[in-house]
Design a protein around this ligand. Structure first.
Ligand code: NDP
Length: 257
């Protein structure tokens, strides 16, 4: 097991990619705090249509320990509470995974300023807040790791004026934080997923989904597990000298951009 007894927080861990990460960490022996707005997993129109059990139930089936903490990552006091409860429950914190994210479709003339604030509030400010509040605890760990889930859209436009810039900022925040806390032995990296089969894709038309598949070099879309295995690697001892990096896990999508 690559992560035996490591304590990990996964934001947005009830559904989709976060759930996939939580389950791969559990498989590797980690203790996982699932931090999300709700415990019931999202069911998508195209993907994850039949997911029903809470992530913690699946973690326990794998023989690992899990807790759920209801939290909105846009709310500073809720994030502080979730981190403290995780530390109190498991006796420390080794790994933070900022995965919670939202997408509101529409260009600059369609989305409201309130919606822009909402996307940036979760996808960028939420990442900063959890990172800031977790660092004092990660400094106490011998295995401190921060993994931010960004996107291929960090490297180009096309996903709207809030989502893509917020993801690009997360990629640069990773570099900045890596410089700041490298001396504390904490690594900070991003994973940039391509199209992963989750409920976040519900806003797309079948034609747009077909187009995304054509742009993906490998002959299938990604699954939450694909991101989960990449996160296991970045959290493991094998990645102890990797920091400030962003890892594309996109089936080759960005290779064609
Ligand atoms: P999903 O919508 O399937 O799952 C996101 C999870 O995050 C949900 O459980 C959701 O909870 C939760 N969440 C959303 N907002 C908050 C919040 N404010 N506080 C706490 N939890 C919240 O999305 P994905 O799994 O696909 O996405 C996960 C991450 O990966 C996101 O950051 C996304 O931008 C990124 N990503 C996804 C890609 C993809 O193709 N799927 C591609 C590139 C990046 P609730 O059910 O209550 O809404």
């Amino acid at each position: 097991m690559l992560l035996k007894d490591r304590v990990c927080i996964v934001t947005g861990g009830s559904s989709g990619i976060g759930r996939g990460i939580a389950l791969e960490f559990a498989r590797e022996g980690a203790c996982v705090a699932v931090v999300d707005k709700q415990e019931t997993p999202l069911r998508g129109k195209y993907h994850e249509t039949d997911v029903t059990t809470p992530t913690v139930t699946e973690i326990e089936k794998l023989g690992a320990q899990g807790i759920f903490r209801q939290t909105d990552v846009a709310d500073v006091s809720q994030v502080a509470h979730a981190i403290q409860q995780t530390v109190d429950h498991f006796g420390g914190l080794d790994i933070l995974i900022n995965n919670a994210g939202i997408h509101i479709p529409g260009g600059a003339q369609e989305i409201s300023i309130a919606d822009w604030d909402k996307v940036v509030g979760v996808n960028l400010r939420g990442v900063f807040v959890a990172t800031k509040l977790a660092i004092p605890h990660l400094k106490q760990s011998n295995f401190g790791r921060i993994i931010q889930i960004a996107s291929v859209h960090a490297y180009g436009g096309g996903a709207g004026p809030a989502y893509a810039p917020a993801k690009a900022a997360v990629v640069n925040m990773v570099r900045d934080t890596a410089l700041e806390i490298g001396q504390d032995g904490i690594t900070v990296n991003a994973i940039c997923p391509g199209y992963i089969e989750t409920a976040i894709q519900d806003y797309l038309t079948p034609e747009q989904i077909e187009e995304a598949l054509e742009k993906t070099a490998l002959p299938r879309f990604g699954l939450p597990r694909d991101i989960g295995r990449a996160a296991v690697f970045l959290a493991s001892d094998d990645a102890e000298w990797i920091t400030g990096a962003s890892l594309l896990v996109d089936g080759g999508f960005a290779a064609g951009v």
